[in-house]
Design a protein around this ligand. Structure first.
Ligand SMILES: O=C(O)CCC(=O)C(=O)O
Length: 257
């Protein structure tokens, strides 16, 4: 099920059709995904491991019933880099995306029910200053630059908006999703698709970059908590309007068909 192409610059590898509520994923595909327990090694995967070092990173909060396996899997496949961009760089990016976003209306009934209170667009061409910032993001997330999708996805979530649990479609993006968080802190929740007792909350600070790969990307749904549920452990995380700029890589050939 594809979204109409009207707001895309390039329909070839648009990720606006990326969300997946398991109905789009055959049981075999899902099984294959769930069996991925050992991840191929490349630099950004190594980044997750290097930062992890067997310690619990400050951006992860494991719910009470999470097993050691879950803790290990998520710690090794999800990383948040605090203050990835400066306040000035945040302003540069906002100046570039705001004029376009302002022309769109916030939507409340998403075509696949994944998001409420949002507007979104995609962009492949950026001004000089923004390109420099985004190149840094891409170099970190996609050391093999050829694998990244040219279109970046920009999602503007209203203060009252919410992203419901979903897994991004394997037909439209590969094993890596990275997102730059602007304007507001937020809490992302991961829930294991096979065992809903396995829940991990992730603190996404304003101006941080997150990298979700492999196990976190395929074996867990992700969601962004709405205003009322927005807590990291027992600490409330006030939600404001939030803009995320996301970059993904190409789907694997066998998943793209
Ligand atoms: O805004 C974000 O950081 C996540 C967005 C998301 O879940 C999606 O576009 O599938």
């Amino acid at each position: 099920m594809l979204r109409p192409a009207s707001s895309r610059e390039d329909v070839g590898h648009s990720v606006l059709a990326r969300r997946n509520f398991f109905s789009y994923m055959s049981k075999d595909q899902l099984q294959t995904r769930l069996q991925i327990r050992h991840y191929s090694s490349n630099s950004s995967q190594e980044n997750c491991r290097t930062l992890y070092h067997g310690r619990v990173p400050e951006y992860l909060h494991f719910h009470q019933e999470t097993s050691v396996e879950t803790q290990d899997a998520v710690s090794s496949s999800f990383v948040v880099l605090r203050d990835f961009v400066t306040e000035e760089e945040e302003e540069t990016l906002l100046r570039e995306v705001e004029p376009h976003l302002k022309r769109l209306h916030y939507e409340h009934d998403h075509w696949d029910d994944a998001i409420h209170g949002f507007r979104e667009t995609e962009r492949s061409k950026w001004g000089k200053a923004s390109s420099k910032i985004l190149a840094r993001l891409q170099e970190y997330a996609f050391p093999n630059q050829g694998e990244k999708l040219a279109l970046m996805h920009i999602l503007d979530l209203a203060k009252t908006g919410v992203i419901k649990p979903h897994v991004d479609s394997i037909r439209f993006c590969g094993n890596t999703i990275c997102g730059l968080c602007l304007l507001s802190d937020a809490v992302m929740r991961l829930v294991n698709v096979e065992d809903k007792t396995q829940v991990v909350d992730i603190m996404l600070w304003r101006r941080s970059l997150y990298l979700m790969k492999d196990a976190a990307r395929y074996n867990y749904t992700h969601e962004v908590l709405g205003e009322k549920e927005s807590y990291f452990g027992s600490v409330p995380v006030p939600r404001e309007r939030r803009i995320s700029i996301m970059c993904r890589n190409y789907p694997r050939k066998e998943d793209a068909t």
